[in-house]
Design a protein. Sequence first.
Length: 262
Amino acid sequence: MAGPEARGTGPAEESPASSRAPSRRTGRDIAEIERGGWRPPVFRKRAAVYVDGFNLYHALDDLKRPYLKWLDIPGMMRSVIPRSQVLKRTVWCTAFKPASRDRQLRHAAYISALEARGVNCMLGHFVAHTNGCNACGHRWTSWTEKQGDVNMALSVLNDAHANLFDVAYLITADGDHAATARVLKQQFPHKKVVSVAPPGRGHNRYILEWSDARLSLTAAHVEAGLLPSVVRGRGRTVVRPTPYDPPDLPRQRRHLVLVSSQ
């Protein structure tokens, strides 16, 4: 099963052995995709990106650089997918988690910024569970995300049935989405699946078993694909929350820029 083609006159270039991962299901190597050369727009394949929002968030949070969370997902992906493809659709699946008001406002601002960029944001919810210790009697509340994985799976399969893409990029390291990749490949064997590992995460081996190629994101990819301080689009203006300011951008200067842009 061939991987996504790179931009050029032929198939994607072969990756070195060190950039390959074997599939236990097929026994073949899953190559890391490459950008490749130029190809006329009429021959470009349609790409769609599906994001496990909390899986990506926790990967970014582990980098300990809050400004990386102000990520332009479609912008970053356009810079890393093969030039033989054009990004047609981005779906981001998340949920509002009960938290401090500041964190909720940052989350809402980011959702609004992504929507201004044309991203389809699918929102789930959290359910509270009360747990306790029988020995000491201590009790606490934990929260479980609901609908996130289902929203992502349904988005992939609905878009496949609507024939909205040729190549699906799954940004997640969660093995639950192996089922999504499996059903997609079984029902649409001509469509390609690319496993996309968030920064600092490895590829899930069960997703790789149903993937045609793989892509490993890095902190450098994220840093090169951040949203601007002010995001405009679709009738809205979104200002970047202060905690997401890059470290080399003085707060006072940012304020002056915002005032002058009104």
